[in-house]
Design a protein around this ligand. Sequence first.
Ligand code: 3NM
Length: 214
Amino acid sequence: MLDLRLYLVTDTGMTRRHGLDATLRAAVRGGVTVVQLRDHDASDREFVALGRLALAALRGTGVPLILNDRVRLVEEVGAQGAHVGQSDLDPVRAREMLGHTAYLGLSCHTQDQVTAACALPTGTVDYLGLGPVWATSTKADHAAPLGPDGLASLARASTLPAVAIGGVDASRLASVRAPGVAGVAVVSAVCRAEDPALAARELRAGWGASVEVG
Ligand code: 3NM
């Protein structure tokens, strides 16, 4: 079962502050429920090394590791799933590669993308990432911000559970709470925090509600 309440996406530049291992251990202590390893600049070899480091940090915690984009490396890393964007591998192909026990997430930025994702064969995609809710400097080429109303509208249109991403921090949780939004996904709010455990704890306490899928 995938618990989407507090979904941490890593950023190699930001996690350098405390190191990937310490950031992940602290984030999990604070209540992160899923971790996605995201690094567009790493070579496959570097990504596998980062993935194994992340997996070691998460071992025994029950928190799954999801790889951004690199579906082909999930097995080699020993991760629990992958997350693809609209211009990455087709989700049906990704599901074929992953088999049926791994998790698969898909980023959607428009109503049409949500409709298409929900029309895929059952079991293809487990959850959607909806964003960015607000403009964010973490993702250089992000789509137009949805705003809280746009997020709510996309989440309402989705038959799959969704996480809200983009500019989310503890002060904005109330603005992303909407039917269909199972949790919040953050990068900088935890990775750039002086105390990632405290930052995660605040987000978890603020979000509260539990939704599991899978
Ligand atoms: N994906 P922060 S926005 C990785 O809209 C990512 O799909 C987005 O970073 C999307 O929490 C984003 O620091 C970056 O704003 C989110």
